[in-house]
Design a protein around this ligand. Structure first.
Ligand code: GAL
Length: 825
């Protein structure tokens, strides 16, 4: 009755994703272990008998380029970046990260031995493959998918050996030069699944669930379920659906018979409507999830069991009200993020994503724009669970190229398929609140651009009538000429000063800051004198953390804050970016070794820059923020003007240097946009000792204090594991993030420490990677040594597969070393 699986050794390595009971008619194997990989053209490598013994053994998710080495010639682009208003082509060595991702790569492995019963189906599902994936089973090509960020699947039943195997899967990938504006990663960087189903089954992404009516007493849940395969004439189909709440209690159920012949073969489906009593609504603050389990029967035989996890919530944009979640107006406190995970590259890792989301939530952020492409499914699932709204984005290019070999070459043929797959995959996730059909596409101002907009938006509406469509626009004049008016939600990049004009001319009655700020800074770096500046460059290839530097087209955060506060129709912002990412080292695009971004609120290691606290003060109303900058260790600056800023949600504060008051500052509106959002003491003279701030509430009551002390010589290392992630899981993949700090003997951070540190991991774990957040650092992430950057770096320890303890030890020249024991459960 069920798939008879002859479990070979290989299958032991393939962990099932779903908890499968003995009677489960569906099997979902994650194909993570047992892969062979090599780079370069390999004629004939798709053939089952090809000798791959000398290839590298790898586990996926795998990014073949992230271990480097870094170099200035990989994907060196000689271009003028139009978006940065450049007129002449110059050499950009770090534009895509300076890593060896260009070229061909091959992956091979045997499939778990599966002897399919008559009529059973086997499907390969790729969560994403970078890029130009050609997939072969037993030497025959089963399909091709060019866009490296999308999920896609192929039915491989007819390619399998008739008697259960062996079956060989081979995947050829190819990355072109000048195909990206940032580091894309390379290889099978997301998961690959083998799905085994019965003849009659729910196909991949085969349910569509909406909540058309939500009241306090009950919410209606509409579930459309597709059925693939042709049932035997004698076996009428039935779909039994149960909805469970977060505690696992059944809160609604429905059994729906389907008369045979009710629909043409291959188009059978069920429409069910269930009522959930006293629904608990999903929001970033209350991420409550339900699960619909649908059991598909043919006659009395259970053919499939399919889970759809969902949330009950409504989204709307309305003139006069802006964005409404569950009927409540709110403004997006969002960030844009690229997909790379810093030192892990593009290789997906759930712990790494979880850490990113937890850090963003701690800042008060409630939304992410998945710029500029479809995210990993694990990110979407985590956003549901942890409470993070998503703008799910598709394309950085339509028909007109931004880079020579970008997506424009595929746009005409593939855009509908790419958009449709994304929507089918992500449409049941409550976290996804809107679709974005593009970012700064040059077609905004090209003849026919608005026809493309309409076509894409219509596809999105056809596939999902419940969510609005937006995009990031940057060509303001062209946009107001019959382009922006067509969008459900007009999204503007870097135009806070023009919101009133857009609002006056557009019919929607609201707009969105789809991409904002692009302030640049390097963690721990402070430049003097402190001046507001555009495109500012320094010989050390760093940018100042006073948060006063931006690009010629971008702004400091305060200008967007003011627009959002003053323009009631503005529905919030998505800051460029939450985290630093590999590639796009503006303002140093032409200056190797700069090879990662300076835009992040958090650096490439995930350490907060000062700006984190500026956003936290604004976004995280529930908790007090009181943060001082700069650090207070400036040998040689004695007596010199050293401005002090305070990022706080208190309205005023008094500053003291060694007990001497520097006066009280109160946030206020002036010609300087910063005075409204920061407390600033521009004329402080540096003297070593203690910098102290005392914050007052609106009634003048003292509420909190914060101090920074001058550090003495570096004395020891301190290891601080990221507590929010909890103990490690003994699954061989979980990660602990441990911040390593160089401190003086009193525990003060040594803010200029740059010693080369070394790491050892023993016990039930291993060293995975290290990052210091320095955009110019060429040390590989995968070696257990790296220089501290401004006194800090982050080590990633990977859990083993047995419970116990993993011990991390860090050492450095002249420093007392430190160890930490990490529990593995
Ligand atoms: C925007 C663009 C982003 C990124 C950013 C920072 O214009 O949409 O992808 O390039 O600028 O340079």
């Amino acid at each position: 009755m069920f798939a008879r699986l002859a479990l070979g050794a290989l299958l032991l390595a393939a962990a099932p994703v779903l908890a499968q009971t003995a009677e489960s008619p569906r099997h979902d194997y994650l194909l993570q272990a047992g892969w062979k990989f090599t780079k370069g053209d390999q004629p004939g490598a798709e053939a089952p008998g090809y000798r791959d013994a000398k290839w590298q053994s790898v586990r996926i998710p795998h990014d073949w380029a992230i271990s480097g080495p870094f170099g200035p010639d990989y994907d060196k682009q000689v271009v003028a970046i139009a978006q940065n208003n450049e007129k002449e082509a110059t050499v950009k060595s770090g534009r895509t990260g300076g890593l060896p991702f260009v070229g061909t790569g091959w992956y091979r492995r045997a499939l778990p031995e599966a002897k399919l019963a008559a009529g059973q189906r086997a499907t390969l599902l790729f969560d994403g493959a970078m890029s130009d994936a050609h997939v072969f089973v037993n030497g025959k090509e089963v399909g091709f998918w060019p866009y490296g960020y999308n999920s896609f699947y192929f039915d491989i039943t007819d390619f399998l050996a008739p008697n259960g195997g062996p079956n060989v899967l081979a995947v050829r990938l190819r990355n072109q030069p000048e195909a990206s504006r940032w580091y894309p990663g390379a290889g099978l960087y997301r998961n690959v699944h083998l799905l085994l189903t019965q003849d009659v089954h729910v196909p991949v992404w085969g349910t569509s669930l909406t909540t058309p009516s939500i009241g306090p007493g009950s919410a209606l849940v509409k579930l459309k379920t597709d059925v693939a395969g042709t049932p035997a004439a004698s076996q009428p189909l039935r779909l039994d659906t149960e909805i469970r709440d977060a505690a696992g209690q059944v809160v609604a159920k429905l059994s729906s018979p389907l008369a045979l012949g009710a629909a043409p073969a291959g188009q059978v489906g069920f429409d069910q409507t269930l009522a959930v009593p006293q629904p608990q609504l999903w929001s970033p603050e209350t991420p409550v999830l339900y699960t619909a389990t649908s059991k598909l029967y043919a006659g009395n035989e259970l053919k499939d069991s399919y889970d759809t996890r969902f949330g009950i919530r409504s989204v709307a944009f309305e003139a006069g009200k802006g964005f409404l979640l569950n009927g409540q107006p709110r403004k997006f406190k969002g960030v844009c993020n690229h997909h790379d995970l810093g030192p892990l590259g593009a290789a997906i890792n759930v712990a790494a994503l979880r850490r990113q989301l937890l850090l963003l939530k701690e800042m008060g952020c409630d939304a992410i724009r998945t710029s500029h492409n479809m995210p990993a499914p694990e990110l979407v699932a985590l956003a549901d669970e942890l409470g993070m709204m998503l703008m799910d984005e598709t394309f950085d290019e339509w028909k007109t190229p931004k880079v020579k070999n970008g997506y424009s070459q595929y746009f005409d043929e593939w855009s509908e398929r790419d958009l449709t797959n994304l929507i089918h995959r992500d449409r049941n996730h409550p976290s996804v609140v809107m679709w974005s059909i593009g970012n700064e596409v040059p077609d905004q101002s090209a003849p026919g651009g608005n026809k493309i907009l309409r076509r894409l938006q219509d596809i999105a509406h056809r596939e999902d009538p419940t969510r609005p469509v937006t995009m990031g626009m940057d060509r303001f004049e062209a946009d107001l000429n019959n382009f922006a008016a067509l969008l459900d939600v007009p999204g503007f990049n870097y135009k806070p000063h023009r919101y009133p004009e857009a609002q006056a001319k557009l019919p929607q009655g609201y707009l969105l800051g789809s991409e904002t700020a692009s302030t640049v800074s390097s963690r721990g770096v402070y430049k003097f004198p402190v001046v507001l500046a555009k495109d500012k460059k320094y010989p050390d290839l760093q940018s100042s953390s006073y948060d006063v530097e931006a690009c010629n087209w971008s702004q400091i955060p305060d200008l967007e804050f003011a627009a959002q506060d003053d323009d009631p129709y503005a529905t919030g912002e998505f800051v460029w970016t939450g985290f630093d990412y590999l590639g796009e080292p503006t303002p140093y695009d032409e200056k190797w070794p700069a090879h990662s971004s300076y835009f992040g609120i958090l650096d490439l290691a995930g350490l907060p820059k000062d700006r984190f606290y500026l956003y936290r003060a604004r976004w995280n109303a529930a908790q007090p923020t009181l943060h001082l900058l700069p650090h207070w260790t400036w040998p040689g600056r004695e007596g010199q003007t050293t401005p002090v800023y305070c990022y706080t949600n208190s309205p005023s504060a008094e500053l003291f240097v060694n007990g001497k008051s520097q006066g009280r500052q109160t946030k206020s509106k002036t010609d300087d946009p910063r005075t409204r959002y920061r407390l600033m003491w521009p004329n402080v003279k540096y003297e070593p000792g203690t910098l102290k701030v005392v914050a007052y509430d609106a009634t003048g009551k003292e509420v909190s204090t914060e101090q920074v002390r001058t550090a003495g010589p570096a004395h020891h290392l301190r290891l601080v594991p990221d507590a929010a992630l909890g103990p490690l899981h003994a699954d061989g993949q979980d990660l602990a993030y441990v911040t390593v700090r160089v401190e003086d003997k009193y525990g003060n951070l040594c803010p200029d420490a740059a010693q080369e540190l070394r790491f050892k991991v023993s016990g039930q774990g291993s060293f995975r990677a290290v990052a210091n957040g320095d955009a110019t650092c060429l040390e590989p992430f995968q070696q257990p040594r790296m220089k501290a950057f401004h006194g800090q770096l982050v080590v990633l320890v990977q859990a083993g597969s047995q419970p116990g303890t993993a011990q991390l030890t860090a050492s450095g020249p002249g420093l007392k070393s430190a160890s930490v024991a990490l529990g593995v459960q």
